[in-house]
Design a protein around this ligand. Structure first.
Ligand code: GLN
Length: 307
């Protein structure tokens, strides 16, 4: 069994390097299509605050759907639980992250907050309670990552807005069922901005430390959410964070995790560590192919998962 070290992460990165050409970089968002698949990064914060990194751990990339965890986190601080869970479910979808089929059959109530429909509902909830939801999110992320220059990538946000037919269809379908309260364009703009947040593996591992630490952040030791809410978010990440790849991921890696089509994955072992990996080429579920293998190797080497 290995111990956590920079050398261990470096070994893992070298082992997965041949896989970076096997997946496919997301090209349905044109601004992401040009990203080089050769980049690989990994960062870990252990429970005692010690930090490990390897590869391109300081390179910022589009966090995309990893931001859905942040939207849910903020919603949990603004609403009572029933107000959230009457509008979105807690079940895995078993469908692609941007599927419309289930949403129609289930009267506009998304299966969970981590598919696009569910994240759009979270953004709709934030829009109703916050005067400046974009600014608020930047403040939160900058504080958690302890980096004041984290920002939205406006080129990516615009590119998504210009190719938003499917997300718009999802939002309008929910509106037809009464499950969307604010202006669709306005909420979509917020959602795309959140997805466009540009962050590195180091910044992501630090930001999501609260999920490994009963809701409390690293550094300033701020209570982000209650221990109960941290457990709930981790449970949802376990069952739905990797979309229709969630079962396979649980079997291979065994950690609550959330992926984004920018190639990032954030994972946690509660009480032990928060991890971020990045490799832009994706598998058929839209999850980072080499990123998944990095996490799988880490679990194997450390002999640790949540199981
Ligand atoms: N899985 C993802 O990262 C998808 C997010 C992307 N912004 C979308 O809406 O399609």
């Amino acid at each position: 069994m290995s111990e956590l070290s920079n050398a261990l992460l470096e070994e893992i990165i070298e082992e997965v390097r041949p896989l970076t050409r096997q997946g496919k970089v997301a090209d349905y968002i044109p601004a992401l299509a040009g990203i080089s698949p050769d980049q690989l990064g990994m960062a870990v914060y252990a429970a005692d605050g010690s930090h490990y990194q390897a590869g391109d751990a300081d390179t910022r990339f589009s966090i995309q759907s990893i931001s859905k965890v942040l939207s849910l986190t903020v919603a949990l601080t603004l609403y009572d639980e029933p107000e959230i869970w009457q509008r979105v479910g807690k079940e895995p979808s078993g469908q692609a992250f941007n599927s419309l089929v289930q949403l129609e059959l289930e009267q506009g109530k998304p299966r969970n907050p981590f598919i696009n429909a569910g994240a759009l509902v979270m953004c709709d909830l934030l829009e109703s309670r916050l005067t400046a939801p974009r600014l608020r999110m930047l403040e939160i992320v900058r504080r958690l990552a302890q980096q004041n220059d984290i920002n939205y990538d406006r080129v990516v946000a615009r590119s998504e807005y210009e190719h938003s037919a499917r997300n718009a269809a999802i939002a309008w379908l929910m509106k037809s069922f009464g499950n969307f309260h604010n202006d669709v364009s306005k909420v979509m703009e917020t959602y795309f901005h959140y997805c466009s947040l540009a962050m590195s593996c180091n910044e992501l591992a630090r930001t999501f430390f609260y999920l490994a630490n009963q809701g409390r952040s690293l550094g300033e030791d701020v209570t982000v959410i209650s221990p109960r809410h941290a457990r709930q978010v981790n449970a949802l990440m376990m069952t739905s964070g990797m979309y229709d790849g969630a079962g396979e991921f649980a079997w291979r890696v065994g950690m609550p995790a959330k992926s984004g089509v920018g190639g990032g994955i954030v994972a946690v072992i509660p009480g032990v560590m928060s991890i971020a990996v990045w490799s832009p080429a994706l598998d058929s579920s839209g999850n980072s192919l080499a990123g998944t293998v990095m996490l799988e190797k880490l679990t194997e080497r450390l002999g640790r998962s949540i199981f």
